[in-house]
Structures are given as C-alpha cells and as structure tokens.
Design a protein around this ligand. Structure first.
Ligand SMILES: Nc1nc2c(ncn2[C@@H]2O[C@H](COP(=O)(O)OP(=O)(O)OP(=O)(O)O)[C@@H](O)[C@H]2O)c(=O)[nH]1
Ligand SMILES: [Mg+2]
Length: 251
C-alpha cells in the first residue's frame, strides 16, 4: 500500500473545513491502495480552525508564522506519505478528483503533477480581475521559465514527496505556488498539468490580490535571474590530476 499525505493550509477556515473534509474520497482512495493522512496546517487562525480540523479526524500542524508558503513548508516537513496532494481549505479545489489525479501521476510516471483552473467552464468561480491577474502571471512565468504550465497560480498539486526534498523553495507567501512549479520544472522532474474544476470560495476572502500579484511578479523575475540552485550540481574530482576539478550540471 502507498501512503498519501493531503496537506491543506488553513487561515481561519473553520466554516469551510467540514465541507472540505467531506469532499475527500477516503474510502475510494483506500480501496485503490492508498493509505490516506490529512494534515491541516493551522496558520495562526483565531476562529478555532485547529480544533475543528482535529474533531474531523485530521492531523493538525501548527505554523504560527503567517503566510501561504510558511504554512506549506510546515505541512511538507510533517508529511510522511510517498505522495503529497494539496489544495486550499476554502472549498474551491476538487479533492473528489484525487483518484483521477493520482491515476495520472502513477500511470504516466509523472513526478510533479499540477493542475489548471483557467478553463472556460470555471469562469463563474473566479472574479474577472483575478482571472486576468492569473493569466498575466502565468504568461510571464511561461515566458521566463520556458515551461508549458498554463496556470502558474493553481494551488492543487500532486507529487512524489522526494521532489520537495530535492528543491530549494524560499517564498513565505503566495508566490510559493509559482516558485514550487518553476523550481520543479527547472530541476528536470517529469511534470504534467491537467485541467480541474474550480469552485466558488466559501467563507471570507483573505487574499490581498494586488499586493500578492505585485509580489508574485517580483518573485518571478528574482527567481529567473538567480543562480540555478535548484539544479543538482555534481562536483567531479579527477583523482589522477589532483589540481583538476570539473563541474557538471544535471538538469
Ligand atoms: N491568504 C492567505 N491564505 C493563507 C495563509 N495561510 C494559510 N492560508 C490558506 O491558504 C489557502 C489559499 O489562500 P486563499 O486566501 O484562498 O488564496 P487564493 O486562493 O489565491 O484566494 P481566493 O480567490 O480568495 O480563494 C487557503 O486555504 C488559506 O486559508 C495566509 O497567510 N494568507
Ligand atoms: Mg483559495
């Protein structure tokens, strides 16, 4: 049996958690050979998010330092599954699609699977200004990183846990999502992007969209022009010639 850690960051999402937890098809996943562990990362909530998550049978990871990236880093550190799956705690992401997404991961031998929410069928679930912002950020991201990812901001990923441990991702806030995708593709992991349904948010909006958009643009440029640290750099020392040190990069 393989293990699946579902990591969900949550900042004051107590009202949404019952619906989010109910949408995880645990029985079907177990029948399909996955031992499922749900980790809710309580990111300094003041509405009882942690207690609600515990009562619903999730493991709770406490990360008092606010920020989407901080929350994910704490969740990934605590996760023990062979595979990690993610999504927001606000009822927008289709956890019920996990069997299909896991199938794509395993059948196609993908290491990092990301998802695309920007299809026409999801238009009603996203504010027009957010949709425009998402398209602009995704276009800039594709141009800078030369990967084929259509939705650089999607928060639903399914990936093998070793991928995370081989990457260096620094963002503490919302740019974590694009940085993770760009780091994984730059590092040469086998990746794929599949369309998903996206649903109307439950509960209160927390995101400062303009601030997050500007921060994400700055992160994209900074990431593109920093040294390619996410690649594995192998140092080959030639023992016959003690003075010779050759460096080769494995993409
Ligand atoms: N905005 C924000 N969300 C956080 C933070 N820490 C954890 N989260 C959770 O991270 C997930 C994504 O945050 P959202 O505010 O939904 O961001 P978004 O999906 O871009 O914005 P919406 O369109 O409002 O859903 C949610 O489950 C939040 O509860 C944080 O510091 N800020
Ligand atoms: Mg959200």
């Amino acid at each position: 049996m393989s293990t699946l850690s579902i990591v969900i960051p949550a900042l004051n999402e107590a009202v949404n958690l019952p619906r989010v937890m109910a949408s995880i098809p645990r029985d079907r996943l177990e029948r399909e050979g996955w031992h499922v562990d749900v980790l809710i990362v309580d990111n300094g909530s003041t509405d009882g998010t942690g207690q609600v998550a515990l009562a619903l049978g999730a493991h709770v990871v406490h990360e008092p330092r606010r920020g989407y990236g901080n929350a994910y880093r704490a969740g990934f550190t605590a996760a023990t599954g062979d595979v990690i799956a993610t999504g927001d705690a606000d009822c927008t992401y289709p956890f019920d699609a996990l069997p299909r997404l896991l199938h794509s991961l395993t059948e196609d031998q993908v290491e990092f699977l990301t998802t695309n929410r920007l299809g026409h069928e999801n238009r009603a679930a996203m504010k027009r200004s957010h949709a425009v912002g998402n398209h602009v950020l995704s276009t800039v991201s594709r141009a800078l990183f030369r990967n084929a990812i259509r939705d650089s901001q999607s928060g639903m990923w399914v990936f093998r846990r070793y991928v995370w441990h081989q990457l260096r991702v620094f963002s503490t806030g919302m740019s974590f999502s694009q940085e993770l995708k760009n780091a994984a593709t730059l590092a040469g992991f086998r990746y794929a992007e599949v369309p998903i349904e996206y649903r109307v948010r439950g509960g209160e909006v927390k995101l400062h969209a303009v601030r997050a958009g500007a921060g994400n643009l700055a992160q994209l440029v900074g990431h593109r022009f920093r040294r390619p640290i996410e690649r594995c750099v192998t140092t080959v020392i030639d023992l016959r010639e003690p003075a010779t040190v050759a460096q080769s990069e494995e993409a």
